[in-house]
Design a binder for this molecule. Sequence first.
Ligand code: PDD
Length: 285
Amino acid sequence: MSIAFLDGDYMPIEQAKISPLDRGFLFGDGIYEVVPSYAGKMVGFAPHIARMKSGLEAIGIQLNWSTEDWAELCNRLIAENGAGNLGLYLHVSRGTDTKRFHAFPENIAPTVFAFSFEIAPAPIADKSSVKAKKASTARDLRWERCQIKSTALLGNVLHFQQGYEQGSDETLLFNADNQLTEASACNVFIVKDGIVITPLLDNQKLPGITRQIILDVLRKDAQIAVEERIVSMDEVANADEVWITSSSKEIAPITEIDGKPVGDGSIGDIWLAVQTLYSAAKFDY
Ligand code: PDD
């Protein structure tokens, strides 16, 4: 049984209840994070909490939690739920109102909810043990504030489902100018002629923590060239390698897009090099 946190108390997840007038439920009016933890060690705790705080600020939710408060919550979830491969889900909604009215209510306390769920073991940097993934593509029809890690994920859910129904693991998204934005629940990297390339951050993408760690690790290592810039649909179609990245997947190679092989259809050498660097450094973040 999994132990969850809701508004100050720890309880079995089945006992955690919120009001239907919670604005997270009614409007998707909230911010969330997923922090990965392996054998009791978190990856990227500080940047995840920094992103949570900037998301709360961006949507005007005032929550007086320090980084230490978040650390205490995460460590307690790990202690309660076993130190396996966990995704620590942290969620803050604007709180419970007495009516359904769009404007921010005054003087309501935010709802803080957290639980942990099992994630796949971290990928091993080994071509024969990692599972290659398939992706579909779609025009990105989400909103223009994708830099906010909002709990309102219907746009993402619909895009994910679109690929899922086609037998894909993810859906790669392109804006009206046929530029790669991200995927429904991941950031995207391509590799061409040995260069690792990922779209520049703007309001069309979530600033992923896995993405941030990969870029930092690569720049410190300084052996593989890396570029943050616009990536066109043609570049994705002609890439040597394509990866999706997220906290629960780390770096996952895509070997097929819309039924066509990526590069020669096998897992690439640059994936191997970068996942090796990431695996070695991730607990430093
Ligand atoms: N998804 N882009 C989107 C739209 C995402 O939902 C995510 C993460 C990412 C990658 O961000 P990070 O590296 O910080 O996990 C990019 C999470 C894991 C989820 O919703 O389950």
